[in-house]
Structures are given as C-alpha cells and as structure tokens.
Design a protein around this ligand. Sequence first.
Ligand code: HEM
Length: 352
Amino acid sequence: MSEPPRQRPRSAIESLIVIAVVVAVGAAAFAYTAGWLSPNRLTPQRLVDAFSPPSGPALGHRRNHAKGICFTGMFESNGAGSELSRAFAFSKGSYPVVGRLNLGTPDADAADATVRVRGLGVQISAPDGQEWRMALINPPFFAVSNPDGFFALLQASASKDPNAMPELIKVHPEIADFDAWAKSAPWTGSYAEEQYNSLDAFIFTDASGASHPMRWSLLPAAQPVPVPVEELAKRGPNFLEEEIVQRIKSGPARWTMVVTVPNPGDQTADPSKAWPADRRKVEVGTLVVQTIEAEADGPCRDVNFDPTILPSGVAVSDDPFPAARSAAYRVSFDRRTAEAKDYPRTVAGASQ
Ligand code: HEM
C-alpha cells in the first residue's frame, strides 16, 4: 500500500504571514463593528451620545428616561392570552414584577411638568427563570418611523440651525403627527392615570406553533383626570413621585394589559403608525403595583428594561426598533453602572 503524499512543512515566514492575515482580518472585523471604518454609520454609542445635553449626561443615570422611581408588584394573568401566545405570563396565575415609572428625558433632575413622555418599565418573572422585559410609553405612536430617523430627530432637536427641524420633518412627516399629539393630548397628575403602549410589534407564538404579530398596552384602572400643565407646574418638580407614593399607601395601582390583534396586512415595521382603532383587543391580565421605592436604593436601579428580553412564545418582528433599542440600552446600562460612584446609594447594602 503506497503512503499518501506528505505535505511540505510551512516555512517560518509562511507561518508568520498566515498569523498576520488572521490578525488583520480580526482587526478589520473589530474596526467595522466599532464603526471606525465608517464614522457616519449609526452605532449604539453614537445613538446614546446623541441624548447627551451640552452640559454632559447625568452620570450614573439612564441616558434617556433618566428620572424614575422603582416599584414591585404582580402580573395577574387571567389566562385569556394563552389563545395568542404560549408565553408563561399568559397562563392563568400570578407572577412577580419589578418595574420603573419614569420620564422621557436625559435630565435626572427635570421638573415633572416639563416632560411630555411618561414611561413604564416592567420585568415579569417566571418560576423557571424566564423573564419578559418591556418598556412602554404613553404616546399612542412613536415620533419617527425608524431608528435612523430617531437619531436625526435627536440631532435636529439639539441643533442651533432653525431649519434643522423643518428640513427633517420634510423627510419624516410623522414627526409633525407626534408634535400634534404632544401639543393636544391632555396631561394628568399621576403616573397611575396614564396608558402605556408597547408601540413596537412583536410576534406571539401559540401552543399550536402558529405565529401572529401583536402590540399591547397597559390601560389604567384609575380614571384619567386632565390637568392643565401650568397647574401641574405649581405642584413642584417631583409631584409625580410624591403622588404615586401617597396613592399606593391607600392601596395598589392597577393597569389592565390589553393585546391588540392586527388584521391581515396591517404593517408591523413602523411604530409611528398606529393600527386602526377597530382592531380586536384581548384583555390578558392586570399589572398590580404594590410598593414604591426610591430608585437610588430600589430593585429597578440596575435593571435594563431591554425589550428584546422575551419569554418563549414572544419574539421580535420586522420592527427594527427593538434591536436598536437593545443595543442602545446596553450601552447606557454599561455606562451608568460603571458610574455608580456618581449616583451613590443612600442605604448600605440596599437591593441590587
Ligand atoms: C431607537 C429608538 C430608541 C432609543 C435609541 C432609545 C434609547 C433609550 C435609552 C438609552 C434608555 C435608557 C436605558 C437604560 O439605561 O436602561 C431608554 C429607556 C427607555 N426607553 Fe427608549 N429608546 C428608543 C425607543 C423607545 C421606544 C419606541 C419606547 C417605547 C415604546 C421607549 C421607551 C423607553 C422607556 C420606557 C425607557 C425607560 C426604561 C427604564 O425604566 O429603564 N424607547 N431608551
């Protein structure tokens, strides 16, 4: 039997060339990922930098929705959602929640009556360790149709050029719709009177394996009472936190989770376009907020309400926002947790 032909051993120079090529390809991939080869590419870092006011970010705090307060509670599922998704949170039962009521501003000290967008972060936990995290806001649709548009909006908002915003609105006319909502929607005096909306569409998969896009909202049990914003300004810079602390002393605050089922053909990729109001709605459970804790020492402080942390039965759709948000929230989380000394806890050994 003849031996297979032997390969000529590599010379030292050839081996060095192979190593150099491997290192160069790795470095190029790293540089591409970091955005060094295309400085105009939108990276999560540039997106997060764009929130920063000229005076710099609020160190130790979230780079957006920087002002907020923690809560704990339960999600009480009525079981009706199991028709739509096999997600644990739709099986009838009670699941623990850590959350955060917040304001859509990079300024951790903003006066409450100066911030139009109010938000809600929720983390629902399953006994088997699965989690469903979401971050919802009170407008009925988002300000822009895609993440690049959001970056452009942040830049135009910070620009001294008076034409910056009118020029951007020509490309993103949906900003004018959002502006109209911001100017006309009633303000309320309580986080507990707001409706919070997912805006982004996600894919629900039911027990049979069939998948359908959905959006959802948390509808307040408390009756919203419109209050002129000038009136709210007189209640002090932190009236929302003060109000929710007082409110919970006399009993939990509640929201009904309502899932919206689109008609075939309804688009799912653009959260700046609400689905028509007549779409089927399914009440799937109740968010019950039982305790409120200051953020500095509270259980939400170091939670990243990344909307792509989803349980089995829920997945992202063709909506490009959740992936962009996930990457940006991660950058914000890494920065703020590295700056913990700038946002000291007030109680030694407070919850992490
Ligand atoms: C490309 C678009 C977006 C970007 C770049 C962005 C960016 C951010 C950042 C950097 C944070 C702070 C994250 C942290 O440090 O944990 C944040 C928080 C938040 N965002 Fe967004 N966001 C976007 C879109 C949205 C949308 C569409 C919604 C709602 C539907 C939303 C709702 C919220 C809420 C409620 C929070 C506060 C969550 C918490 O309490 O930790 N964002 N966002």
